[in-house]
Design a protein around this ligand. Structure first.
Ligand SMILES: CC(C)(COP(=O)(O)OP(=O)(O)OC[C@H]1O[C@@H](n2cnc3c(N)ncnc32)[C@H](O)[C@@H]1OP(=O)(O)O)[C@@H](O)C(=O)NCCC(=O)NCCS
Length: 172
């Protein structure tokens, strides 16, 4: 597929040469705090996720991904992201998320996208708000951190109501 173009970053499917840099970024403490230790097979460890390299000026600076609900009556996608800490707080995360969500809506036919940062991941929550996500509520003890502690997450969603005429055609 062609790269997805944001204002600052490009998203493109992963290639073999991305593996060392993505593993190195994942292992940075600022990323591992939320993504956990690097799985042995990463980035091939989650066959259900569609993953993209985040590219800035021809350099891979992070990863973003989506996963889709397969039941058509509950159709939505959920996403995730990490960026090299050297590039945090420069608007790249919001740009990458907007670009991925634009693709899911325009090309994937999605009308609802969710993400669930930890309640104390303030930078991620702010980043997703900038990209158009709104908080739904706190899901309690929803994820376990590397220390084995269950922690709360904030479910956030971005909803673009579908054209009801198109939906009726599809359902019939
Ligand atoms: C989450 C992440 C992708 C955001 O990327 P980013 O490029 O830094 O995001 P942006 O620059 O677009 O936005 C970050 C916002 O958070 C703000 N922010 C940063 N630290 C903050 C803090 N401690 N408290 C409140 N706001 C904070 C920034 O000021 C910025 O907001 P602003 O543009 O209004 O000033 C990045 O921080 C990251 O990779 N973190 C580690 C992995 C991770 O947490 N992944 C998400 C798991 S759900």
């Amino acid at each position: 597929m062609n790269p997805l173009r944001g204002e600052k970053v490009r998203l493109r499917p992963l290639v073999e040469g991305d593996v060392p840099i993505l593993r190195a970024i994942h292992a940075r403490p600022e990323v591992a705090a939320w993504w956990g230790p690097v799985p042995r097979d990463f980035p091939a460890d989650d066959p259900n996720a569609t993953r993209f390299a985040i590219v800035l000026d021809e350099r891979v600076v992070g990863l973003t991904q989506f996963t889709e609900e397969s039941d058509p009556d509950y159709r939505h996608a959920w996403i995730d992201i990490f960026l090299d800490p050297e590039h945090h707080n420069q608007g790249l995360g919001a740009d990458a998320i907007r670009t991925l969500v634009g693709h899911l809506i325009a090309d994937g036919g999605h009308h609802r996208v969710t993400i669930d940062p930890a309640t104390d991941n303030a930078a991620a929550i702010r980043c997703y708000e900038k990209a158009g996500f709104r908080p739904v509520g706190v899901t309690r003890l929803a994820w376990r951190d590397a220390a084995g502690r269950w922690r709360d997450a904030l479910l956030m969603e971005l909803v673009e109501p579908p054209d009801e005429a198109d939906e009726a055609d599809e359902a019939s």
